[in-house]
Write a protein that binds this ligand. Structure first.
Ligand SMILES: [Zn+2]
Length: 497
């Protein structure tokens, strides 16, 4: 009787002390994931030194070097001779001086536009010095075989076209999908009809009109190295359309309501000069480090914690895109989680691969490469958590929850216990750099804040704009989910598409 009672009391004691030890460990970890350290790393990565972290450029290499050194300092190990780099090639383009963008009418120069304020070059612009009349060509789409052609019946030979940046929200004849809206598709349509340059303008009839932004989303196909491309603000469109009888909003409304092209030659001429260095295959790298698990069996299984390190670079040595939220915030969180795990007394049972990817901005290039040349066999990956744009906005979203209901459940439980700021909006089918892994059957959950994109790809995506409290909560939640995976409580689930 006494024996039983003693055993019972002892086990209750042991259990509760284990529990309180566990609580202490969690508290220690959460203290270590604090907004001060998180913001400090964002400050570093978004500083001028790293020049907008464009893969292939010196700034990105230096940001990689910073991450590698921090991984090393935290005791993470590499798989290849202390290198911590997974090398890959990407397309690269450098935008150099001198540049200009001038509007004139009847031979009289009207205005010289300011880079960064009035316009930005597309990251994959070609280099040239051109002067020509402007022709407005609607959405810049030419698919006559499907029954739509913005270039039909209008002469753009040796002219500069102005087109909407995205595709219409409606379909051709109510059913046919548009070709992709990447710049190569739109540029190829313009080139095919003899145009020599392109000016993108954002659609004015949106609830929030997009500013000129830096973008490296070039799409498939060859680079047009002599074809200048820029994204102009609405003020430029006003100037270009003068005496045309239209304004941009009216043009969009007419095209969208009639569902027919409305292209017109304008009375204005522009001069565009820009110089570029394009390299088809330029070496860059994903940066990673591993913490080995403590359990003899489970250490052969992995959690991946990831984010993209790259952003959209700089232009002509004059402006750079800091990318504080996108995605210095995710990179900072990967680093802070690595630091936290390496400091804990209770080591994770499963191993953890921390990785920051190159070239998300070109279309998930670094993560796609990493999923096709995995550092560890993907069947050994228990789960992946990807963090992208997590420090600006108003609440936490965990994406891809519908494809991974067990991970999603853990996320909701941990949020209700600790962070209490998660929306219950989720989706399926992947998300950001997690997508290529998701497609290969890796259970992946994707952390992004709600209303995250207020400064997306703008010069204003600066550390001062971030929401440190929210940032801290997102990373704490990511840590708590991760710990359920690394301690073995989560079993790899079958991913539904
Ligand atoms: Zn981005």
């Amino acid at each position: 009787m006494y024996k039983t009672l003693i055993i019972l009391l002892l086990s209750v004691f042991c259990f509760s002390s284990a529990k309180s030890q566990n609580d202490q460990e969690i508290k220690k970890a959460l203290d270590n994931i604090n907004s001060k350290d998180l913001i400090e790393t964002v400050k570093i990565l978004s500083s001028p030194k790293y020049d907008g972290r464009f893969p292939g450029a010196k700034g990105y290499d230096e940001a990689s070097e910073f991450m590698r050194n921090e991984f090393k300092k935290s005791g993470l190990r590499s798989l290849n001779n202390d290198n911590y780099y997974q090398k890959l090639n990407v397309e690269y383009n450098q935008i150099d001086k001198p540049y200009q963008f001038i509007i004139s009418k009847n031979g009289v120069k009207l205005k010289s536009y300011k880079l960064g304020n009035d316009f930005v070059f597309r990251c994959f612009t070609g280099g040239n010095h051109i002067k020509a009349q402007v022709v407005f060509c609607g959405y810049g789409i030419s698919v006559p075989e499907s029954g739509y052609d913005d270039y039909s019946g209008i002469d753009v030979k040796n002219k500069i076209v102005m087109v909407f940046k995205h595709n219409p929200k409606w379909k051709i004849n109510g059913k046919v999908e548009w070709p992709d809206a990447t710049e190569r598709t739109k540029v190829n349509a313009a080139v095919k009809h003899g145009a020599i340059g392109i000016i993108y303008v954002s659609e004015p009839n949106e609830s929030k009109v997009e500013l000129p932004i830096g973008s490296a989303m070039h799409g498939e196909g060859n680079q047009n190295t002599t074809f200048p491309q820029l994204h102009a603000g609405q003020n430029v469109a006003v100037d270009l359309l003068q005496e045309s009888g239209y304004n941009l909003s009216k043009l969009q409304s007419l095209i969208d309501s009639l569902k027919k092209p409305l292209s017109l030659a304008l009375k204005t001429t522009v001069e565009i000069e820009v110089h570029t260095k394009y390299v088809k295959d330029k070496a860059t790298q994903n940066v990673y480090g591993i913490i080995e698990g403590s359990d003899p069996e489970l250490k052969n299984e992995y959690l991946i914690v990831s984010a993209h390190l790259d952003h959209v670079g700089s232009q002509a040595g004059e402006i750079y895109f800091p990318g504080a939220n996108d995605n210095a915030s995710g990179s900072s969180s990967v680093l802070q989680m690595a630091r936290t795990y390496s400091k804990m007394n209770v080591k994770p049972k499963r191993s953890i691969l921390f990785i920051v990817f190159a070239s998300e901005e070109q279309g998930l290039t670094g993560s796609t490469y990493s999923s096709e040349h995995p550092l560890i066999p993907l069947e050994k990956v228990s789960a992946m958590i990807n963090l992208d744009c997590i420090a600006f906005g108003d609440s936490i979203q965990m994406g891809n929850g519908k494809s991974v209901p067990e991970l999603w459940k853990i996320a909701r439980e941990k949020d209700s216990l600790y962070t209490k700021q998660m929306t219950h909006i989720t989706w399926k089918g992947g998300g950001a750099d997690g997508t290529p892994f998701h497609k290969k059957g890796v259970p992946m959950i994707y952390s992004v804040t709600k209303n995250s994109y207020g400064h997306l790809h703008c010069l204003s995506d600066k550390v001062e704009t971030l929401n440190p409290e929210l940032f801290e909560k997102v990373v704490r939640l990511a840590y708590l989910i991760s710990t359920e995976v690394t301690n073995g409580n989560y079993k790899r689930e079958k991913v539904s598409e």
